[in-house]
Write a protein that binds this ligand. Structure first.
Ligand SMILES: [Zn+2]
Ligand SMILES: [Zn+2]
Ligand SMILES: [Zn+2]
Length: 374
């Protein structure tokens, strides 16, 4: 049976002024989002974000070609060191290190752990200010290969590492401190709480329903239809139709607007076939994912207008206690565009407020016309 999330958790009412409902994250039910499209929820819109740097090359930038001496030594270069398009180096200011004793990392409820780990920078492209949707599909596929290779190397090098987090901050609004396009890798001796919650809740779902919840959500996004009735009057409140949450679809990957999106333009990309570990990505997968990612970013850039975002990969952790999660966990990429800043209400309640209904957001993203991107 598919989760009844769409019906059961639509707690409040919808009227002419828009939607106002609390939506429970189907994967992690302890997380919820207030979807409130009424104008009164909107004053928190961020000021005009600082414009991103679009220059091709900057003489003083340590990540631009020719300035390799300004960074720590190259750990990995693709396609090769001399004509690199992608280069991985150690972070000059790591939050975790493998040689320092004083590092501490705080995760969750006052839990401090020894800050053992690795923090590295992936220079995504040799063109300084290029946006992801401006890169070629081949290049994005190479970047995914760089992520995968380095993750595999880190896990292989040290079995104390339980999680390798790959993420990207793009643009000043997303906290990117260096304007040259880059991603980061943090390899850590603990499993981050967000990942732990997803893994344990999806395992519980699998035990009960003998299905992967992410596969169920994909099926639902592709085939689900529902009519939501008002509990009191019995009137039809809303119909959810086929494909309503699908933003982009490839042969092997899909981009979905989550039903309980925390951010107005949040989109997740998942493999269509069940796969728990990002390291299992095949060459054909990479190319299809690169295409889906590029097209999704082009849609976001068009709708948001120069999108600034964070994205991160969630994949099965490399720790004994998660070894049984291969059938129940499904790796994915979460893209979180930054268009507003959290308010006291959000910080105080822990409830994310989303002022654009995910149904409308998906519709607007889908309707962007994009040229074939090869
Ligand atoms: Zn640069
Ligand atoms: Zn699955
Ligand atoms: Zn996730």
């Amino acid at each position: 049976m598919l989760p009844t999330s769409h019906e059961a958790e639509a707690a409040v009412t919808e009227n002419e002024q828009g939607i106002r409902e609390i939506r429970i994250n189907p994967v992690v039910p302890t997380e919820s989002v207030l979807v409130a499209t009424a104008r009164s929820m909107r004053p928190r819109k961020a000021e005009e974000p600082a414009p991103r740097d679009t220059r091709r090359r900057v003489d003083t930038c340590p990540f631009c070609p020719g300035n390799e001496h300004m960074t720590p030594p190259t750990l990995l270069a693709l396609p090769d060191k001399e004509h690199w398009e992608i280069r991985i180096v150690e972070n000059l200011y790591p939050v975790l290190g493998d040689d320092r004793e004083t590092n501490t990392l705080v995760l969750g409820l006052q839990q401090a752990i020894d800050g053992y780990g690795r923090h590295e920078v992936i220079i995504d492209h040799n063109v300084h200010g290029i946006a992801l949707h401006e890169m070629s599909v081949d290049h994005i596929a190479l970047m995914l290969e760089a992520y995968r290779t380095r993750m595999a190397q880190l896990y292989a090098a040290d079995d104390r590492l339980k999680y390798v987090l790959v993420f990207k901050n793009f643009g000043p609004a997303a906290g990117a401190s260096i304007p040259h396009t880059h991603s980061q890798i943090i390899a850590m001796p603990v499993v981050p709480e967000n990942v732990h919650n997803e893994v344990t809740h999806s395992r519980a779902y699998h035990r009960k329903h003998h299905k992967c919840i992410f596969c169920s959500l994909i099926d639902e996004a592709l085939t689900f239809e529902a009519t939501i009735y008002d509990r009191v009057s019995g009137r039809i409140r809303r119909r959810i139709s086929v494909g309503q949450y699908v933003v982009e679809r490839g042969e092997r990957f899909i981009a979905i607007k989550p039903f309980a999106s925390r951010y107005e333009w949040e989109v997740h990309i998942l493999p269509l076939h069940h796969q728990s570990d990002f390291l299992d990505l095949s060459d054909e997968d990479r190319r299809d994912m690169a295409r889906v990612l590029k097209r999704t970013m082009a849609r976001l850039d068009a709708v948001v207008g120069g999108v600034q975002y964070n994205y991160f990969f969630h994949s099965r952790p490399r720790a004994e206690e998660y070894e049984d999660c291969a059938p129940s966990y499904h790796w994915h990429l979460e893209i979180c565009p930054r268009t507003s800043i959290p308010t006291g209400f959000e910080l105080g309640s822990g409830l994310f407020v989303n002022t654009v209904s995910p149904e409308e957001a998906a519709e607007r993203l889908r309707s962007v016309r994009i040229d074939d991107p090869e």
